[in-house]
Design a protein around this ligand. Structure first.
Ligand code: KG4
Ligand code: ZN
Length: 447
């Protein structure tokens, strides 16, 4: 695999392999106009301030997404095909199945997004596509499509880091989220606490040492066989647990707190799920049940499990905020600093409410995209393309060199530095949250 896929962050001349008429090309797109200018007038810098549009493609896991977003953050058209139902029936994601479904739907999804936008495809300034990290077989499908489109249209190609896209989505919606900001990325494959310093510059304070929280929610939901419960047949594990947890008491079942012996910001969720399995076993024994049977006290069990995951996340977040203060990584400005949470797990209202408690103690404001933009979608990829284009960073120089990567860090790992500080925290209590009535919760969930 070719390693060099990205350019340094300086404006550069892009050479097109377009067979299209260059005058028409020049007329229709402000971006391309400036590119033509470059070729004619000796490396003048790209125009990045006029309005332009980027088409984004996402296929890193089990969602085939495409969207066209303009440089102001307006979503002009989008389309999403979810494979959720198929994978729920398979008991988890089977990579070759995911890949086949991407292949079957990618053309239609892209066509739909273009049709919905009503824009002339030749007015698109660039194609952005997720090429890392993710399921290699899935990434490959989107990448082939994105590169082909860039070639056919003769426009620049921007390879996108999936987690960077999750982190930056909020800047499309909330213009006051400026760099640097603290960010938690929690999804089915990742759990990363980082300081976003620039579009292309992240400091990793901590990350999961085994599984991601979304993956654990999905596992737990499978163990509890939640998909047979009416109304939960077509929802992902995390959402199913959250829905049931709303009706349960989070202190009903004891869970031990994860990683308390390590004074760092890394995560581990596997032990919490093992704890859950232990409770399941006991209940099954008590009521003479077997795997697949719906357990009595299911709501309480889900609420207690969700709380244990939340508490672990909040403790690592609290330490990260202490570390940021100690190292003055995010200056205290006029108002509160920004803490962004994104990725599928950031759809969880209970987790967000708990994090809001932590934020208020440390003078942060919590920002999260709405659930439909927290889970995977094409919009976040297109917007990341806009951000990268504005910053003139990471635009492919040679399409043939762009490859896909199953694993790829989002930035510089400074988790050892965090651990070396041995920060002891006085844990902020989440009691108020535990005692909240369902009504308050549902009220909050409407927000
Ligand atoms: O970001 P995403 O769509 O895909 C990945 O990049 O992994 O995240 C999907 C994950 C799934 O594991 C799903 O169970 C979890 O996000 N998720 C949730 C909720 N909605 C989705 N987890 C907890 N609570 C939710 N409401
Ligand atoms: Zn994701």
């Amino acid at each position: 695999m070719a390693l060099r896929t990205l350019l340094p962050s300086i404006p550069k001349l892009i050479l097109f392999s377009s067979t299209r008429n260059s005058t028409a090309f020049c007329k229709s797109s402000p971006l391309n106009r400036s590119v033509i200018l470059n070729t004619c007038s000796n490396f003048k810098s790209f125009s990045t301030d006029s309005n332009f549009m980027v088409l984004g493609i996402e296929t890193s896991c089990d969602d085939t997404g495409c969207a066209i977003v303009d440089s102001n953050g307006t979503i002009l058209g989008e389309s999403l095909h979810s494979q959720l139902k198929v994978h729920l029936d398979h008991g988890g994601i089977v990579p070759p199945v995911a890949s086949d479904l991407h292949r079957a739907h990618i053309d239609q999804v892209v066509d739909e997004a273009i049709r919905a936008s009503g824009v002339d495809i030749y007015d698109i300034a660039a194609i952005a596509t997720t090429n890392r990290p993710g399921l290699p077989l899935s990434l490959e499908i989107g990448l082939l499509k994105g590169k082909k489109m860039a070639r056919d249209l003769g426009v620049p190609f921007i390879p996108i880091h999936h987690m960077e896209a999750h982190a930056l989505t909020i800047r499309m919606l909330e213009k006051d989220v400026q760099f640097p900001f603290l960010v938690l990325l929690a999804s089915g494959g990742h759990c990363i606490l980082a300081v976003a310093q620039q579009v292309d510059k992240f400091l990793i304070l901590g990350q999961t040492i085994n599984n991601a929280p979304g993956e654990q929610f999905d596992k737990a939901a499978r163990k509890l066989n939640l998909k047979v419960i009416p109304g939960l047949e077509n929802v992902c594990g995390g959402a199913a647990i959250e829905i049931l947890a709303r009706k349960g008491y989070s202190s009903a079942f004891p869970f031990s707190t994860s990683m308390t012996q390590y004074q760092d910001c890394n995560f581990s969720f596997a032990g919490i799920t093992m704890n859950l399995y232990g409770h399941v076993k006991k209940i099954q024994k008590k009521f003479d049940l077997v795997d697949g049977d719906i357990l009595p006290g299911l709501e309480d069990l889900c609420a207690s499990y969700q709380h244990a995951v939340t508490k672990h996340i909040c403790q690592r977040l609290q330490r990260a905020m202490e570390f940021v203060d100690r190292k003055e990584l995010i200056p205290l400005g006029q108002g509160p600093r920004a803490f962004v949470v994104s990725g599928g797990v950031a759809s969880n209202r209970y987790i967000k409410m708990a994090m809001e408690v932590i934020c208020s103690e440390y003078d942060y404001k919590l920002y999260a995209p709405p659930p439909r933009l927290c889970t995977d979608n094409g919009v976040m990829i297109a917007w990341n393309g806009v951000e990268r284009w504005k910053a003139q960073s990471g635009i492919a120089e040679n399409l043939d060199d762009v490859d896909f990567y199953g694993k790829c860090p989002i930035g510089t790992d400074i988790s050892q530095e965090v651990a070396a500080e041995s920060i002891k925290c006085k844990w902020i209590k989440l009691k108020a949250l535990r005692q909240m009535s369902e009504f308050v919760y549902l009220d909050e969930a409407q927000r």
